[in-house]
Design a protein around this ligand. Structure first.
Ligand code: UDP
Length: 243
């Protein structure tokens, strides 16, 4: 493997990624294989922080569509990300990877509270840090959490591991055979074309803090390691100077 390009990364694992083919819940086989890849990234000397989504269990927006108060529905979503975070920690520790979960909403019996300096210290010691509980605030997403935490811990890039797509396309490749994948894009283009890579809050945060985003397919074995080592796969999103 060539020399690593990134010193520290944030890997965004959506809830959907952990659900595997079922589309909901947690698939232990899929979770194990994702964990092996994450551990391999850490073994290659890249500091890894993981932000877990929760969409495989609960999404606030669906709850509020059913008449629930949006803030309450979002808190349920944040708790769902903690369930995923614990599942990922368990899978990582089973393969011997030292891991800490930090939650944005305190639940000390279950995990550490999010403390920025402490998270950085864990990373420096080679531990994998899982950020669960989103930002701790309703009306946000775990994509925004990934952007926020990446800025806070001064990560070099965000790895957006997606299910069922190799990168960012100009149209839906499932329905449009002429859809083309972008090799690279600027933050501005992602927003202007509303490409749906991340919500606008997350993209804006990345743009303002100059954090590149690499979007790639998590279904292809080895992709997490490849992207984290700086191999050019999927779609690279950055500022004008980099794309
Ligand atoms: N959520 C929230 N604030 C945050 C992060 C997440 O309220 O800072 C809630 C929101 O309801 C969201 C749910 O948690 O729908 C699960 O997160 P997300 O949809 O981002 O998960 P993913 O799509 O990545 O699985």
């Amino acid at each position: 493997m060539e020399a690593r390009k990134y010193r520290r990364i944030v890997l965004k694992v959506s809830g959907e990624a952990l659900a595997g083919e079922a589309g909901h819940g947690i698939d232990p086989i899929v979770t194990e294989s994702i964990s092996k890849e994450i551990a391999a990234v850490a073994d290659n000397g890249v500091e890894v922080a993981v932000v877990c989504g929760g969409g495989n269990i609960w999404r606030g927006i669906s709850g509020s569509a059913q008449g629930m108060d949006r803030a309450s529905a979002d808190y349920m979503g944040m708790l769902a990300t903690v369930i995923n975070g614990l599942a990922l920690q368990e899978a990582l520790e089973q393969i011997g990877a030292s891991t800490r979960v930090q939650t944005a909403i305190e639940m000390r019996q279950v995990a550490e509270p999010y403390i920025r300096r402490r998270a950085i210290r864990h990373l420096e010691k080679g531990r994998i840090v899982i950020f669960a509980g989103g930002t701790g605030n309703p009306f946000f997403s775990t994509d925004t959490t990934a952007a926020l935490r990446a800025a806070e811990i001064e990560a070099d890039a965000i790895m957006m591991a997606k299910r069922g797509t190799d990168g960012v396309y100009d149209a839906d490749p499932q329905t449009n055979p002429d859809a083309k994948m972008f090799d690279s894009l600027t933050y501005f283009e992602v927003m202007r074309r509303q490409l749906g890579v991340m919500d606008n809050t997350a993209i804006t945060l990345c743009m303002n803090n100059h954090i590149p985003i690499i979007v790639f397919n998590i279904d292809t074995p080895g992709n997490i390691l490849k992207a984290s080592m700086g191999e050019r796969i999927g779609t690279y999103i950055g500022g004008d100077e980099n794309v």
